[in-house]
Design a protein around this ligand. Sequence first.
Ligand code: ASP
Length: 338
Amino acid sequence: MNSCTYQDQKNDLSADNTKSSEEVHDAVPITLVIHGGAGNIKKENMTPEHEEAYRAKLEEALMTGYTLLKEGKSAMDAVTATIQVMEKSPLFNAGVGAVFTNQGKNELDASVMDGSTGMAGAVAGVSIIKSPILAARAVMEQSPHVMMSGQGAELFAKEAGLEIVDPSYFFDQRRFEQFEKIKEQQEKKETAYMQTYPDYKFGTVGCVALDAEGNIAAGTSTGGMTNKKYGRIGDSPIIGAGTYADNATCGVSSTGHGEFFIRNVIAYDIAANMKYRNISLEQATREVITRKLTLKGGTGGVIALDKKGNVSITFNTAGMFRGYIKDGSEPEIFMYGN
Ligand code: ASP
């Protein structure tokens, strides 16, 4: 089991929950944490070139969001800009390089949540919106709704002035070859769908940020799971499962076998554990991922941060593409287990 916490003793939430928002605000260190998916990510399966490519892209994503936070921009601005960097890269299962459905198509899901207002937006099953994360944000900011799907979401995105592309924009040859292989394996096996998953590499991207105002935002963008059936929607666009943010507790973005994250309301459960049991972010992520999700047979992980800038990254897979940056520090990037 893998769990990393990056917190100062003075920032430990459990130490003093009674500080006024003013005091908290003074102590807020801008912080940004990202993931590029969890799964069977092991050093022996990576070439040095591949490893370097991931490291460079994760660093570019981190620095994009961090620069905005340094300029005083909102956590939501940082989250969407960071995720856009990863959506444009074929290294991840989001935007370009998204995985393929059973019918050989790319159908994308994304969501955002603003921890300062409790507002959220999501799109599901879209295939012509260049940046699904921007569409999720537009749903939140420009509609009275939380989630839109398929052609309706695409029409909405067009009307909102977002960039529309041909579905072939998302195609990546390497990903297509992976799809053909997985499809063949799954068709051969009796318990088809589930059995290939212990070895599966999830490539969803996510970001959680804490800005200088002390506001938390979270977002997640994905192509879903390889060989998913028609119309299947995973956890990534589901508020409370794939994404959650609440200034009072934490922001969370998930990656993993979505059905388990939905059934166990993973992202919200972390925040609820903190709120109702008054436990720290690290304790909450450990309990929810290391205990609950694992006992249920689910695989994957989360990135999370709290209002004091404590970061927790917890996963039960071999590895997870991940990184974080805190005010005044160098970016930290990791891929493999502890
Ligand atoms: N959670 C995503 C889904 O189930 C997959 C992933 O994280 O890569 O759609």
